[in-house]
Design a protein around this ligand. Sequence first.
Ligand code: KMH
Ligand code: ZN
Length: 309
Amino acid sequence: MTKTIISCAITGAVHTPTMSDYLPVHPDAIAEQAIAAADAGAAILHLHARNPANGAPSVNPDHFELFLPWIKQATNAVINISTGGNPVMTVAERLPAALAFRPEMCSLNMGSMNFALHPLAGRYDTWKEDWEEDYLRSSEDNIFRNTFADIRMIATQLGNDEYQVKFEHECYDVGHLYNLKFCLDQGLFQTPIFIQFVMGILGGISAELENLLFMKQTADKLFDNDYQWSVIGAGAQQMRMAAVAAQIGGNVRVGLEDSLYIAHRQMATSNAQQVAKIRRILEEQGHTIATPDEARTILGLKGAEKVAF
Ligand code: KMH
Ligand code: ZN
């Protein structure tokens, strides 16, 4: 029987400090929550950095350096460094940390889109940090740029024989699956590929069961069942989408990057709490959770000894 891989996305670039006291933005908190999430059952830790001074999303390798070695030393989890950075950055700006640390995995966003966060700004009257409101509101007029040339650049710089980075292909809509198929046919990636169906971001497909089935059917057709997949249900749909995905052969991603909640209108107090909850649900459903080494085998990863941190 196949094992189910739990990924946990610890902090991301969508949520801001005002939205939750539990969102880790300081490097010590990112490390502590990441280690606890791994202990709770996450095989893969999807990581962004934050500026320690104000909690703003950061792509500065110096900010990753403050937590990466600590996490690696304390866990066997697969480290996945985001190349998404934040939606207002160019791809060239987003790459230095991945190039510097050569992790086993990196995210790779499979198309340009309106990655819209501005509705979140309307929920708050006061802010902890002065950058937050403008950061969210400006996304109304922003394009999260991931052109075919951008995708090729990331694939060739990180996916080559020297770096051997495997990608979490973030697909926010059905068209992104076709983009991935095109790139695969061009020889940019090696199988097995790992697709993350990202559902519920404004600008992408919504987190509904019919859409999940359509994404999966499309991927089955395009990739001939020769792929691994996982799902993100952004926001309130996180646990429901994960539970359903596992029932039809998928892996799951949770974490405060994707949802700040643990139940209806109840804030999650940590990433580990979300990992423990989905683990409980999956085990109740009869699934077995993959260890990090089992995830490495399933996804064909190079191994933790080959990273540069
Ligand atoms: N925040 C997620 C919706 C990335 O890091 O490359 C998408 C994401 C992007 O994880
Ligand atoms: Zn991310």
